[in-house]
Write a protein that binds this ligand. Structure first.
Ligand code: KG4
Ligand code: ZN
Length: 354
């Protein structure tokens, strides 16, 4: 079965064709980083407009790269949410139009489920369960227990900022532009994490939740108090040892939070595998630290390759395939939903978190 996936939840316009939920025939991602870089973060209205301009050509490219036409496709899968409402609506409307015109099944996919499916798409071996799945991106930092392949129980999430959001805000203040993750990743590798130390937040209730706003504020305060001058436009940040050291100290603490909480949860729940996905899973230090945790615990740690960690439509097509197989199809009434809560029990959907 050939599923066409469409992803427009944030600032990447992406389309992909995946066969039987496993074999990627094409995966085209058009980033809008240049559009948003001058603002140091995503401007929602500009994101929607950029999606509108790109969605048609990107879908055409994905079909052409796969050597297919729309007539060969068996289903259309699209990200329904969570994300930016205007951005999501572009993808959902486009997918509905395609499905209607070609009389194809339409499948709505939760963006987080898409990120998790990237691990299944990537893993050569079957993933043993129960598995622990960490989704760590610009909008989310959530830990799921998966007792089987399609079951998601939310066991921890950020109480404030997402990890990627903290990366983006720290980078913006240091004059490093948007997105912050890749550049701080590079600079951290040149820095000494012991120069600027930050503490890992702890919760007295013993929960597996995360928090990054305290760390972000501590780093921003350090920039002002030390002071660490922002990198001037056109300057090479790799020559700034203070910025590299700060990046290293910040990154070490983020990874410490992510890895230690995952380790505790994996032990408590007797997880037989750990999956790590989402844009921050592209981070090089995070990847080596999680790989080491897997060796320590004697269980596989699955980290999708970088191009499948950040937003892409192959993961949406793969998740869509699983839903078509379970006959979970959507009707033409489908609309975007910014408030999807994968695996979240009702009592946790409170303002305590947002
Ligand atoms: O999953 P994603 O592409 O979009 C969302 O669903 O949010 O994640 C984007 C986030 C951004 O905050 C970006 O700064 C971060 O992932 N990111 C990284 C790296 N590459 C992207 N963070 C740390 N290290 C990286 N190498
Ligand atoms: Zn994402």
């Amino acid at each position: 079965m050939l599923v066409l996936g469409i992803e427009t939840s944030c600032d990447e316009t992406s389309a992909a064709v995946v066969e039987d939920g496993r074999r990627i025939l094409s995966n085209v991602v058009a980033s809008q980083h240049e559009v948003h870089r001058p603002y140091g973060g995503i401007v929602p209205e500009l994101a929607s407009r950029a999606h509108l301009g790109k969605i048609g050509p990107i879908v055409d490219r994905a079909l052409a790269d796969a050597g297919l036409s729309l007539d060969d496709v068996h289903a259309v899968a699209v990200t329904q949410g969570p994300g930016l409402i205007g951005s999501l609506l572009v993808g959902v409307s486009f997918a509905k139009a395609l499905a209607f015109a070609k009389n194809l099944p339409l499948v709505a996919v939760d963006h987080l489920e898409g990120h998790i499916r990237a691990a299944y798409l990537e893993s050569e071996e079957p993933i043993p369960h129960p598995a622990l799945s960490l989704v760590v991106s610009g909008g989310h930092t959530s830990l799921f227990l998966m007792s089987e392949e399609d079951s998601y129980e939310l066991i921890g999430k950020t109480r404030d900022d997402a990890a990627g959001e903290a990366y983006d805000k720290v980078a913006k203040r240091l004059g490093l532009g948007y997105p912050g993750g890749p550049v701080l990743d590079r600079l951290a590798a040149l820095g000494d994490p012991s120069v600027y130390r930050f503490s890992v937040p702890r919760f007295s209730d013993g929960s597996e939740d995360f928090s990054f706003s305290g760390l972000k504020s501590a780093v921003l305060r350090k920039i002002v108090e030390t002071p660490v001058d922002p990198v001037a436009e056109g300057d090479d940040p790799t020559t700034r040892q203070d910025v590299c050291d700060l990046a290293a100290g910040f990154q070490r603490t983020v990874i410490e939070c992510l890895v230690r909480r995952s380790e505790t949860a994996a032990k408590r729940l007797h997880a037989r595998a750990i999956l790590v996905s989402g844009g921050v899973a592209a981070n090089s230090e995070l990847r080596t630290t999680f790989a080491a945790l897997g060796l320590d615990l004697g269980i596989p740690v699955v980290l999708p390759r970088v191009s499948l960690s950040t937003d892409n439509a192959a993961m949406i097509a793969a998740a869509g395939y699983a839903k078509v197989s379970r006959n979970e199809l959507s009707s033409m009434d489908l609309s975007a939903d910014v408030e999807l809560h994968l695996g979240e029990p009702l009592e946790r959907r409170t303002t305590r978190y947002r």
